[in-house]
Structure formats: structure tokens, C-alpha cells
Design a protein around this ligand. Structure first.
Ligand code: BMA
Length: 319
């Protein structure tokens, strides 16, 4: 079925979905989902996959593939695992990475959730090779998660999106932006996109999905939105365009979600009815956006869309 706006046609699920599941893993795990993604200098796609072990604690493991779909080479042990003795903020694991290539300093920034009895916090690490990492540790304190850096400075400062969870918001949460001169110290916090209310699909929490994607029309924000229902939460994906010079300024936000749980692997799993993208890559020659998402907190899946079609949809139907 195609809706009037045509948004249902924007994303196509990969025929090989799920592209990664526990049985592909070189060591025993429970689930693999919510991976950050980037293109390496050699053209391969790297996923930094959240792996939940059989205690319930998550770590991040790198998987590399030439076509970004098949023949994944998966590290034989956790690539970035919790080290609670040195970093107590990782007591209950590290989760949901987002990877941003920072050309200016020739490094990748990895934002992730450091989870402990203090609550979920935003942590940041840098790497050049996804073998060794420099932990900058917690950059925004609990409760806060879903953080992703912009790939270039805004003015003269780095910028990061994130989602604090104030108790007064009673289960909903908004997307904020913060700025830093050095990646370590973050300030000038401002709310830039709020969750809607009532019956809306994104009336619960919203959070950035992959890092912002630069397009000629503006910064494309793909974000997840939660609807709380009597049967549990439904996690879907929507989009907004922000001004290139000033990403605090909203150009357009789509009313309808672009992508949500429909298939069995999205509806059934450890946490059903969840499509949760943390990474995307763009193939410059074809203009295709590859959206990598965790499905039902159990497996990794891929959906593709023409990047132009997504921005056209927002410019045509967004508000
Ligand atoms: C969110 C995050 C995600 C998870 C989702 C659904 O709060 O913790 O890691 O995929 O819930 O369980």
C-alpha cells in the first residue's frame, strides 16, 4: 500500500535481512543490534555492533564487509568492551554507538551509552582504526543517551545531538544540541526538536538515529520516535531537515514516520516492534542511503532509500 505522500515507498528492506544475527557471531552471544556504521578509507563498510552477552551486558564489536550486506568479518572478541574497573560508568555495559568521521582531525568519533548504576550517560571515544580507542569518557551525565556528532564544526565548535531524560517529562524526551571547542567540554545546550504529544507516533521519546547527514538542502536528521501503547512501545523512524549554517533552525519536519516495524524480524524478538537505526552510509556515486538498524533488539537489518527522495519528501510534505 502506498500512502498519499509516497513515504511508504522511500525505504526498501534488503532482501538478505536480517544481515547479522547471533548465529553469525564467532563467539557465544545473546543478540546483536543497534550498530553504528561508517565507510572505511578502503571502501569497506564497518559496523560497530551492540552485542548483548548472555549476562545481559552489552559490548561493541566491529564487523567489516565489502558490499555492506554480506560476508561480514567479525572481530573474534569485543572491540570496545566495558572496563568497569577503570571506567565505573561502564559497569552495566556500553551500548548503541554512533560513528562520525571527523576529517579535520583524521579520526572517527564514537559516541555511545555508558550504562551503570548511575544511569545511562553519553560517552565519547576516538579512534583511527577501530582497534584501539581513546576514551574521553562521560561527556554528558545521566540520564542521557542517543548522542551523535556532526561531521564538521558549526562555526568554530564541534556540535553534538543528544537526548536528556528529565524526570519531569514523564517518559518523553527531546533532541538537544551542545557545542564544544575540544570534544571534551560541552555547553550552550539547546533543545532543537521536541517529541509531539497525544496520539502522535513520536509522542513518547525521540532521539537521533544515525549522525546528521549533510545534504544540499540541509542537515538531514533521521530520528527514532516512540509511541507508548497498552501493549508496549513501538519504535519508528522519522525525519527532519535543519539549516546547514545553523542546525538549531528547523527547515522541515515530516509528519509521517518513514519506516517502522512490519516484518517478523522487526516485530518479534527480545523487544518486539522496534526499528532502531544507529548508523547510515551514503554511496556518493548512486546517491543511495544505507540505513542500518537493530530489529526487535535481536538482529541487524538494512534498508535503503535514495537520499534525494528523502529530502524531496521533507520539502514537499514536511512542515
Ligand atoms: C531504547 C534503547 C535502545 C533499544 C530500545 C528498545 O531505550 O535502549 O537500545 O533498542 O530502547 O528496547
Amino acid at each position: 500500500m502506498t500512502c498519499d505522500s509516497g513515504c511508504e515507498d522511500l525505504f526498501t528492506r534488503c532482501a538478505q535481512n536480517p544481515i547479522l544475527s547471533a548465529r553469525d557471531w564467532p563467539y557465544p552471544i545473546n543478540t546483536c543490534f543497534n550498530a553504528g556504521a561508517t565507510k572505511l578509507a578502503d571502501g569497506r563498510t564497518l559496523l560497530l555492533v551492540r552485542v548483548e552477552d548472555r549476562r545481559g551486558i552489552s559490548h561493541l564489536t566491529a564487523a567489516r564487509s565489502t558490499d555492506g550486506i554480506t560476508n561480514w568479518e567479525i572481530d573474534g572478541a569485543p572491540t570496545l568492551g566495558p572496563e568497569p574497573e577503570q571506567y565505573p560508568e561502564e559497569e552495566w555495559g556500553v551500548e548503541d554507538s554512533r560513528i562520525t568521521r571527523l576529517d579535520e582531525i583524521n579520526q572517527y568519533a564514537v559516541t555511545y551509552t555508558a550504562y551503570s548504576s548511575a544511569g545511562p550517560a553519553v560517552a565519547l571515544a576516538t579512534t583511527t582504526d577501530f582497534h584501539s580507542f581513546e576514551r574521553l569518557r562521560v561527556v554528558l551525565p545521566p540520564d542521557n543517551k542517543d548522542a551523535a556528532l556532526f561531521p564538521e564544526r558549526v562555526g568554530d565548535r564541534w556540535a553534538m545531538l543528544h537526548r536528556p531524560m528529565p524526570a519531569s517529562k514523564k517518559g518523553s524526551g527531546d533532541i538537544w544540541i551542545s557545542y564544544s571547542p575540544d570534544l571534551r567540554h560541552w555547553g550552550d545546550h539547546r533543545r532543537i526538536l521536541h517529541s509531539r504529544s497525544g496520539a502522535w507516533w513520536d509522542a513518547g521519546k525521540i532521539g537521533i538515529s544515525p549522525p546528521p547527514i549533510k545534504t544540499p538542502e540541509g542537515w538531514l536528521l533521521l530520528y527514532h520516535g516512540v509511541r507508548n501503547t497498552a501493549a508496549g512501545c513501538i519504535y519508528r523512524v522519522g525525519a527532519a531537515l535543519m539549516d546547514l549554517e545553523n542546525p538549531e533552525r528547523l527547515i522541515r519536519r515530516g509528519d509521517e514516520w518513514l519506516f517502522g516495524p512490519e516484518t517478523d524480524y522487526e516485530r518479534f524478538g527480545d523487544v518486539g516492534y522496534v526499528c532502531f537505526p544507529c548508523g547510515a552510509t551514503v554511496d556518493e556515486s548512486s546517491g543511495m542511503l544505507h540505513l542500518y538498524y537493530g530489529a526487535a533488539d535481536t538482529v541487524m537489518a538494512l534498508a535503503t532509500a535514495r537520499l534525494d527522495d528523502v529530502t524531496d519528501f521533507l520539502l514537499r510534505d514536511g512542515r
